[in-house]
Design a protein around this ligand. Structure first.
Ligand code: HEC
Ligand code: HEC
Length: 389
């Protein structure tokens, strides 16, 4: 059923706005416009994604592309679905309601607020840099982005719909029907998940001041004469130096970086290209409650996973308050206080959690460092959706 991609594989740098700028035109997408878009062969070429500086160290972590290759047509279909409230029972809630580009692909409420104003039990995590991540959700219960993407549609307090209902509704809209036909040869709930996952995989963070600083770091350890003697190296050094000067790390952020990687031990868990180890840890968040959220334990039934949650990224974290799986921590300053105390004591607390004895200056520096981990996300068309009929 699945059409094979046409022509050669196209290498595209993720973040390229042409991937997410939508079908050309304005207003609701018409059948005529979509026919024109689908007639263009290059929209069906398989895309080999190139990660931006910073994330590129994590190329080995990329998952899911073999089973669900990227094409422009599929990414665009996923974009429409992601922003379309018609995927909810009463046409009010889209994925973007809780993972909003203007809120760092998260939401500024302690927990997700879905259909009819219902609040869920957990904080909305970010939906970017998912290309580097396997298991999804705070407890890792979905083993792929594809599996995750169809969950919220049928979740009674999120989008409150059914998988049959959404497939039927999409099939009733000719612009969607044509795209599923052309991209997948069929319209099923699994195809809905694949299209949304393809769109999410191209949402990545562009380099932050932190990344430009790291890029320059190896040169500091080299002999300036050696650099000067090698034309290629000298050119690389000049470019890295200029980039770092154009996106400066403050003194405080640099001190914070050394704490993050050193005395404060944050990289025991916030490690790798996305500053997240993809593992589960108990920091004691919510463990003082009478019936705490048991997190990863519910998935594995392994007592050591009690109250453990997946390490979230620190990239763009300055944009996504409040924090933690229950949204209980309001600011980055309070997050740092939590770690300085060594978390909340409980029988399952991670052995990596210890009081840190940070000075007020250290704490402020750590916050500055996290702010310097903020990089732009791609420009995304948010309002152009298929016409009703
Ligand atoms: C009502 C708010 C809400 C809506 C609507 C919603 N989400 Fe979420 N999303 C959440 C919450 C809350 C979690 C964490 C739940 C958990 O871990 O149990 C989450 C988790 C995720 C994750 C996992 C991220 C990670 O780091 O593990 C992804 C990806 C995601 N959502 C994408 C989507 C997509 C795609 C849609 C639309 C089909 C969507 N969400 C709709 C609130 C929402
Ligand atoms: C033992 C592993 C571990 C260590 C060490 C650690 N973190 Fe975390 N971090 C996590 C986990 C797991 C969460 C989510 C916990 C939860 O919600 O229950 C988290 C959450 C966060 C959040 C909130 C992110 C969000 O989106 O809600 C920030 C900010 C953060 N950590 C920064 C830091 C800093 C700064 C340090 C060092 C002082 C640090 N972390 C040390 C594992 C760790």
């Amino acid at each position: 059923m699945k059409p094979t991609p046409l022509g050669p594989v196209e290498q595209v740098a993720l973040g390229d706005p042409s991937l997410t700028s939508g079908v050309p035109g304005t207003g609701p997408i018409t059948l005529e416009q979509i026919e024109g878009w689908l007639a263009d062969e290059k929209n069906f070429r398989q895309i080999d994604p190139i990660l931006p500086l910073g994330l590129s160290q994590g190329a080995g972590q990329i998952t899911g592309l073999d089973a669900n290759p990227l094409t422009r047509a599929k990414i665009e279909l996923g974009r429409q679905l992601y922003f379309d409230p018609r995927l909810s029972a009463d046409n009010t809630i889209s994925c973007a309601s809780c993972h909003d580009p203007s809120m760092g692909y998260s939401a500024h409420t302690p927990t997700g607020v879905g259909i009819r104003g219902q609040a869920g039990g957990r904080n909305s995590p970010v939906s970017f840099n998912r290309i580097l991540s396997g298991a999804q959700f705070w407890d890792g219960r979905a083993d792929s982005l594809e599996a995750q993407a169809v969950g919220p549609i049928a979740n009674p307090i999120e989008m409150g719909f059914t998988h049959e209902g959404v497939v039927k509704r999409l099939g009733g809209m000719p612009v969607y029907r044509r795209q599923f036909e052309a991209v997948f040869g069929e319209l099923t709930i699994d195809r809905v998940g694949q299209a949304i996952a393809a769109f999410e995989r191209v949402l990545v963070t562009a380099p932050a001041p932190f990344d430009f600083g790291e890029q320059l770091r190896p040169f500091a350890a080299m002999d300036p004469e050696d650099i000067a003697e090698d034309d290629e190296l000298a050119a690389k050094f000049a470019a890295a130096k200029k980039a770092a000067e154009d996106h400066p790390m403050s003194e405080a952020a640099n001190r914070g970086r050394d704490l993050f990687f050193g005395k404060a031990n944050c990289t025991a868990c916030h490690v790798g290209a996305n500053l997240a180890d993809e593992k589960y840890h108990n920091l004691g968040i919510g463990m003082q409650k009478e019936n705490p959220d048991l997190g990863r334990f519910v998935v594995t039934k392994d007592p050591k996973d009690t109250g453990a949650f997946k390490t979230p990224t620190v990239r763009n974290v300055a944009l996504t308050a409040p924090y933690m799986h229950d949204g209980s921590v309001a600011t980055l300053e309070e997050v740092v206080e939590w770690y300085d105390r060594g978390g909340h004591p409980n029988p399952h607390l991670s052995d990596k959690m210890k009081p840190l004895n940070l000075t007020p200056q250290d704490k402020a520096d750590l916050v500055e460092f996290m702010k310097a981990c903020t990089g732009p996300t791609p420009t995304v068309e948010v309002s152009r959706l298929p016409a009703d009929a």
